[in-house]
Write a new protein. Structure first.
Length: 269
């Protein structure tokens, strides 16, 4: 997506500490003996050569190393064969235990049930399995496997959800859905941020202020079943959706407020 390359460095720096925090939470004495599962949708090739920065798969593996979380199972998915070939060749993946690493060339919606079966086969109580899912789509309503992801999240409430979403894509697609400009758009369901808590069975969300670059604007979010000490995440740029600032971010994104000044006066990175 245009502008995504230059934005990658900032995106990965912002995701890195919250991914690490989920891994640290899973190291609590009561649950540390259980596996941790991570799913990366639209994983890419692992490295962005245009801006010389690690992509999300290598970013996650680096977080695993920093937190020294053992017994981690990783699933990396992408539809592009070229990305899969590049990802397989990454040295960081070669050093990761092969029996706990799966790389899929395929559709996210088709692979998520496979991951669900894997978790069920390795857990006596799959409902209690811990993990995370990173969703960084190309596009918005077409880019997220809404139904498959919802089903997976309902079955696994202890998986944290991490989103990187394009504000411009949402607004353009929202206009087509509302106007029903074609039969294809008429069949689509509008999915604003305010609907995420119910749709994904995750009542607790934190969102960042949107960041603008080269005509595109992105926002990042973390969704969890259990509440988070949100004060600690404000320093990382994430604001609880129930706070005044969080509600303002969600309302502006969804277009439910007349004041869109924050989207016109964004920090241009």
């Amino acid at each position: 997506m245009q502008g995504q390359s230059l934005y990658t460095s900032f995106k990965q720096e912002r995701f890195s500490p919250v991914l690490a925090q989920s891994l640290r939470i899973s190291k609590a004495s009561s649950v540390a003996r259980f596996p941790y599962y991570h799913v990366d949708l639209n994983a890419g090739g692992g490295y962005n050569h245009e801006v010389d920065v690690q992509g999300s798969p290598l970013n996650f593996l680096a977080a695993v190393a920093r937190t020294q979380r053992d017994n981690v199972h990783a699933f990396f998915i992408d539809q592009a064969a070229s990305c899969i070939e590049e990802l397989i060749a990454q040295p960081a993946l070669a050093s990761f235990p092969s029996d706990r690493l799966a790389i899929f060339h395929g559709d996210n919606a088709e692979v998520l049930p496979v991951v669900d079966e894997y978790v069920a086969a390795h857990e006596r109580r799959p409902w209690h399995a811990m993990g995370s899912i990173l969703v960084d789509p190309n596009g918005y309503h077409d880019g997220v496997p809404w139904d498959a992801l919802r089903t997976f999240c309902e079955a696994h409430p202890r998986f944290d959800l991490f989103f990187n979403l394009n504000v411009r894509s949402f607004r353009m697609e929202r206009a087509h859905i509302i106007a029903k400009t074609s039969p294809a758009w008429e069949r689509k369901r509008l999915q604003p941020l305010s609907a995420f808590a119910e749709w994904f069975h995750r009542p607790h969300w934190m969102w960042t202020e949107p960041i603008q670059l080269a005509g595109n604007t992105w926002i990042q979010g973390v969704g969890r079943t259990m509440p988070t000490l949100a004060a600690g995440y404000a320093s990382l740029g994430f604001y609880d959706s129930q706070s005044d600032r969080g509600r303002s971010i969600v309302d502006a994104f969804d277009g439910t407020t007349k004041d869109s000044a924050q989207f016109r006066l964004l920090w241009d990175v």
